[in-house]
Design a protein around this ligand. Structure first.
Ligand SMILES: O=C(CO)[C@@H](O)[C@H](O)COP(=O)(O)O
Length: 225
């Protein structure tokens, strides 16, 4: 069984009130959250457009939360420095968007942020074989990226289990994050498969108060994990 402290919940701001981002960040912090997930979309890698560095920089001044920044953008190398300057603590790039993934990860670390890689549902884990030890986190997308409120893709469970074994075999500390269709109902199984960080958008923000909702996720992880 996983202990309560082992689950990190990173609420996806995609489902928050965009007209009051600073207020949402304060409410998360007051409710006991430590991470927040920024879904950066460019309208090209995914069919939707969200936040850029200026919005993150503005919010950075108002928040001490760990900024977990998921770049759903083409050619992320062009913007790494801007996002780190804006205040990203962790930068997660898509393997599918990086021609020279190892170089991109080295650059994120050189800039002072934690490097992470996201994989779309169809992308095999084998793409990570040689870079896994240098990653702080792998993000398993459990929906096709671009929108909130989609249904969890069931084969993601098996993918998480296999990734956990790859990490254990290499004796590294890489965290596993899962994003898309995460709810209290599937949290127990996700933790059991090996998830360390869960991203939740609609199943989190639609159910205030946030302190109670956090407890619901943590209890789900503890009861079934
Ligand atoms: O990256 C994405 C979507 O592309 C996710 O972060 C979603 O925003 C999660 O939303 P829910 O599935 O939890 O509503």
């Amino acid at each position: 069984m996983k202990s309560q402290q082992e689950l990190i919940l990173s609420p996806s701001l995609l489902a928050s009130d965009f007209s009051n981002l600073a207020g949402e960040l304060s409410a998360l912090e007051e409710a006991g959250l430590t991470w927040v997930h920024w879904d950066v979309m460019d309208g090209s890698f995914v069919p939707n457009i969200t936040f850029g560095p200026p919005i993150i920089a503005g919010c950075r001044k108002k928040s001490r939360l760990f900024f977990d920044v998921h770049l759903m953008i083409e050619e992320p190398d062009r913007y790494l420095e801007d996002f780190v300057r804006a205040g990203a603590d962790l930068l997660c790039v898509h393997a599918e968007a990086c021609r020279h993934l190892e170089r991109t990860l080295s650059e994120i670390a050189r800039l002072g942020a934690r490097p992470a890689v996201a994989l779309n549902p169809h992308t095999p884990l084998e793409i990570l074989e040689y870079v896994l030890p240098r990653l702080d986190m792998v993000l398993i997308m459990s929906v096709n990226p671009g929108f909130g409120g989609q249904k969890f893709i069931p084969f993601s469970m098996e993918k998480i289990r296999r990734l956990k074994s790859m990490i254990a075999a290499r004796d590294c500390k890489t965290l596993i994050q899962v994003d898309g269709g995460v709810t209290p109902e599937n949290t127990g199984e996700l933790v059991q498969c090996g998830a360390d960080v869960l991203v939740s958008g609609s199943a989190f923000f639609a159910h205030p108060p946030y302190r109670e909702r956090l407890k619901t996720f943590i209890n789900a992880a503890r009861d079934q994990g």
